[in-house]
Design a binder for this molecule. Structure first.
Ligand SMILES: Cc1ncc(COP(=O)(O)O)c(C=O)c1O
Length: 399
């Protein structure tokens, strides 16, 4: 087996330089919420592979499901019927109240499908525009279309002119939304809690305002639940908790338990705007990813969601208590369920704190300008939370 230095050398020579200097570790295996590296060191994971590994690592049922499916059949293509795909489609429609689904391989692809479906609907209804609305600070993916949907200038410039015409509005600004959404608008896309942008929640009233403006102007509302969905915020979908009705919902991240899969769910009447040949994918909805996702969706029952709410509140309360103790270090604690952000004061340098936590054996993320992002596996324990908070307290006190 290679050591970290050998792996790093190969990476730096052969991998495209899009990730720069990665964090100095290579994990080899995990169990529950613990990860182990090439040197055998243990870490407690509050990052879950960017909000993916909701069940943690080496979940026995997940391993059994994936191993059994891999031993039977992995891929057949969209030309043939596929049982795990059909049952997953039913399970997701039943969980979300949507009518139909398309399976892709990633979040970006799920959003690509959503935007194309909205464009197809507009086209078939005689709308001759490609006007869409997205929020500033959003993140919707890295394909050309989803990159254009992403409301952050830094992603756009080199790839201009992008795809379709987008108006970017400030989150939670009611008036701006009213001025941006009009009869030309095909759809509005939003994240209930903006993840990559800095763990920035939208208010329930604002999301309902978007829904009512869309209805008024014949536009579709697309809820990007790629990060917030699958129970992450304490309900299966975050819009469920906020009582918001969307026409299209996208999922990915936690859906496959680590295997790549994305889902674009739409109401029956919306999905009906796609006809055979309008969209497709070679790998999308493959047997292995769908079998894995069936298992993960089955685990997102009432008790798992209650666990997310309870542990999320425990973690949030602990972060808020730390903020009370260290008001000059911590600016704000935000988020819902197990999707929490802690914004540091000016000069706090979230990436540095992340590095110091890593030295102490904790994996956390960063988001936005200066925010620590905590999106742990749902199997994290209160003892893990207490240990993280002790470490964080020491680090912030010494700064
Ligand atoms: C809200 C949201 N949408 C879309 C994406 C893109 O997903 P993927 O990286 O799987 O293409 C992400 C990824 O971070 C995301 O957080």
């Amino acid at each position: 087996m290679m050591d970290l230095e050998q792996i790093k050398q190969l990476d730096q020579k052969y991998y495209m330089p899009v990730f720069g200097e990665r964090q100095p570790v290579c994990f080899t295996h995990g169990e529950g919420a613990k990860l182990y590296d090439t040197a055998g060191r243990q870490y407690t994971d509050f990052f879950a592979g960017i909000a993916v590994n909701a069940l943690g690592y080496a979940d026995a049922g997940f391993v059994k499901t994936v191993s059994e499916q891999a031993a039977k059949l992995v891929h057949t293509s969209s030309q043939f019927y596929n049982e795990p795909q059909a049952t997953l489609a039913r399970a997701l429609c039943e969980k979300t109240g949507m009518g139909r689904v398309f399976f892709a391989n990633s979040g970006a692809e799920a959003n690509e499908c959503a935007v194309k479906l909205a464009k197809m609907r507009a086209f078939k209804r005689g709308k001759k525009t490609a006007h869409f609305v997205a929020l500033k600070n959003s993140f919707h993916g890295r394909t050309l279309l989803t990159l254009t949907a992403t409301g952050q200038d830094k992603f756009h410039e080199p790839f201009e002119p992008g795809a379709y015409n987008w108006t970017y509005i400030d989150a939670n600004d009611f008036e701006m939304a009213k001025n941006a959404i009009n009869a030309d608008t095909c759809a509005v896309i939003f994240e209930p809690v903006q993840g990559e942008g800095g763990v920035l929640p939208l208010s329930a009233e604002y999301m309902r305002h978007l829904a009512s403006l869309c209805k008024q102007h014949g536009a579709l509302l697309i809820a990007d639940e790629i990060q917030t969905g699958m129970g992450r915020t304490g309900t299966f979908l975050a819009i469920e908790g906020a009582q918001v009705e969307a026409d299209i919902v996208t999922l990915a991240k936690a859906l496959g338990g680590g295997l790549p899969i994305g889902a674009c769910l739409a109401k029956e009447e919306t999905a009906a705007y796609f006809s055979p040949g309008d969209h497709g994918s070679t790998f999308g909805g493959g047997l292995l990813a769908c079998a894995a996702a069936n298992y993960v969706v089955g685990r997102m029952d009432g008790s798992m969601l209650a666990r997310v709410r309870e542990l999320g509140q425990y973690l949030k309360d602990a972060l808020c208590a730390l903020q009370d103790k260290l008001p000059s270090a911590i600016k704000e604690v935000r988020g819902a369920g197990l999707m929490l952000g802690m914004e540091l004061m000016e000069g706090g340098k979230a990436a540095q704190v992340r590095g110091q936590l890593f030295q102490k054996g904790f994996i956390v993320g960063t988001a936005g300008a200066n925010t620590l992002r905590l999106v742990p596996p749902y199997v994290i324990s209160k003892a893990d939370v207490n240990a993280l908070l002790d470490a964080l307290h020491k680090i912030l006190m010494e700064r």
